[in-house]
Design a protein around this ligand. Structure first.
Ligand code: IVH
Length: 528
């Protein structure tokens, strides 16, 4: 009997450790099947001795009955918010204010990514997770313990290390949903006729506010810890030291945290993380700058809603709301009809956006996009703007549904959709739109690189029947080119020479320029 008890303890310890290796460090030491074997052995022993099952046992992650409502939880210390800096001047003013208030010039800061998720507080009592709550109004949140327990990177029990187990550890962190999982979840929801989440943050929030914990368990949430509430039984003198302590206890912290000395370091960090933004698998919306020394933090103190020792330094927003004025149809190189939303122009991260591809009819139907709809649009890095979601609550009833036409809007030929394909295509290979697109592509930089043969010139050449395919370009005379509008004699001469010069392009470029389906730059290089 007593050896069962010892074995249970040993198994739990191993499972805590391997859970940490897998979900927190992303660096497992044993195979999944070995992990499963340990888990099954523990389950068998706990079944034999149900009285010995404890809530922090690794077998008890997902469980419990659906709730009717969430109970309120009062935070021991208020969960504060952050003041935002939108530009260099504002963050510089913050560092100057800190220096002035402390009458000290060399101040260390910890810079962290500002994760765009949902703030939660975890409470560990004598090493075991007892409560998890949302931020709520900062004073009182909601008890979401059952749901947070399903997040694999949240330890149910802290790892034992050189530190004594704290009698109470309140730790704050951000629960996030990875972009990839967010997209999968939205596709699934739209398939089921449910409305999509506008962004991963809303999806994470929706997932944590499920009354049935098995729904939360089906969403692969993660957490990064970054702050303290009330802590009894361990000491730390800096934010960095605190974060390292959390890590050694098995809690997950973000890998991009950095110590910075002064404004230049902070600016460099901001620029660096902004560059990384598009490559990260989760959303961040800025950086957070915190005075490292906890004694100095205390000296600076807090305002009603935010501390004086920390400041967010935001990135430009990537989503805005606007209205769809019209949906037009563009005809591509392969004849595909692409519906494009024409929107009330809106500035997203410094770039004015007025058009977004709606891809195809299925996308329009899936998102139920109508002319007149208010929508959330998104622009990320170099990515083409997209309509993320219709704000259906803003509908007035005057919106018009859209269907792609059965004829090509450019040449009037039939447009058909071949089974198994998403696109509807104009079947006329001589359709002027297709011809123009093929020639734009042919002349483009990565293809034949014909300097001066821009879209406007191609349009004229095709519209005047001087050219009906790329080969015709090489029959054009200087006179033909001089006859075009807005092309001076000298430019016509240059263009003529550029066309002749392109005859020297290597085979791989020619292959790519022909625009054969499935022959991109890479395949063309391999073939040529
Ligand atoms: S510290 C007293 N650190 O941003 C400091 N917050 O706008 C309070 N957030 O409610 C928060 N990443 O949800 C801190 N590395 C980070 C953060 C972070 C994201 C969120 C958090 C907070 C909000 C404030």
């Amino acid at each position: 009997m007593s050896s069962d008890k010892e074995r249970i303890q040993e198994l739990r310890k191993q499972l805590y450790y391997h859970n940490y290796r897998y979900y927190v460090l992303d660096d497992p030491e044993i195979s999944d099947s070995e992990y499963d074997r340990l888990m099954r052995e523990l389950e068998t022993l706990e079944k034999k001795h149900p009285d010995w099952v404890t809530p922090d046992s690794p077998t008890q992650r997902v469980g419990g009955q659906p709730l009717k409502a969430f109970d309120p939880v009062e935070h021991t210390l208020p969960m504060l918010s952050l003041d935002n800096s939108m530009n260099e001047d504002e963050i510089r003013e913050f560092t100057e204010r800190v220096q002035r208030n402390l009458a000290k010039s060399d101040i260390e800061y910890v810079c962290e990514p500002k994760l765009d998720g949902l703030a939660v507080e975890l409470v560990y009592e004598n090493g075991s997770l007892t409560t998890a709550s949302t931020r709520g109004d900062g004073t009182t949140g909601e008890n979401i313990t059952q749901n947070v327990r399903t997040i694999n990177s949240v330890p149910l029990r802290l790892l034992e290390n050189e530190h004594a187990v704290p009698s109470r550890l309140e730790v704050r962190g951000e629960v996030i949903l990875y972009l990839e999982d967010f997209e999968k979840l939205n596709k699934q929801r739209e398939k089921n006729g449910e409305s999509a989440f506008a962004n991963p943050r809303n999806a994470a929030a929706g997932s944590l506010r499920q009354l049935d914990p098995s729904v939360t368990a089906s969403r692969p949430l993660d957490i990064f810890c970054y702050g303290a509430g009330q802590v009894n039984g361990i000491e730390f003198d800096t934010q960095m030291n605190f974060l390292q302590t959390l890590k050694s206890m098995g809690l997950k912290i973000n890998p991009y945290i950095r110590l910075c000395n002064g404004i230049q370091d902070i600016k460099d960090y901001h620029a660096e993380i902004m560059k990384k933004r598009d490559d990260l698998p989760y959303e961040i919306d800025g950086i957070v700058v915190k005075v490292n020394d906890t004694a100095l933090q205390e000296q600076l103190g807090v305002k009603t809603k935010s501390p004086r020792w920390a400041m967010a330094y935001k990135f430009p927003a990537r989503q805005e709301t606007t209205q769809i004025k019209d949906i037009i149809v563009q005809v591509g190189r392969t004849g595909a009809l692409t519906p494009v939303a024409v929107m009330q122009p809106v500035n997203i991260g410094g770039v004015e956006v007025s058009r977004a591809s709606l891809h195809n009819q299925d996308e329009i139907d899936r998102k139920d996009v109508r002319i007149g709809d208010r929508v959330i649009v998104q622009r990320a890095g170099d990515v083409i703007p997209e309509v993320v979601k219709v704000i259906k609550s803003k509908r007035t009833g005057d919106e018009t549904p859209f269907k792609l036409p059965d004829t090509c809007p450019v040449c009037g030929s039939k447009a058909v959709r071949i089974e198994g394909e998403a696109a509807k295509r104009c079947i006329n290979l001589s359709c002027p739109a297709q011809v123009k697109e093929r020639i734009y592509h042919f002349a483009s930089k990565a293809a034949m690189d014909i300097d001066g043969l821009g879209d406007k010139i191609v349009d004229q050449l095709v519209d005047r029947n001087l050219v009906s395919d790329a080969a015709d370009l090489y029959d054009l005379s200087r006179k033909d080119l001089e006859s075009l509008d807005r092309l001076a004699e000298k430019s016509a001469e240059n263009l003529y020479n550029a066309i002749q010069d392109s005859k020297n392009r290597p085979l791989n470029r020619v292959l790519y320029a022909l625009g054969i389906r499935f022959v991109g730059e890479h395949v063309a290089r391999a073939a040529g």
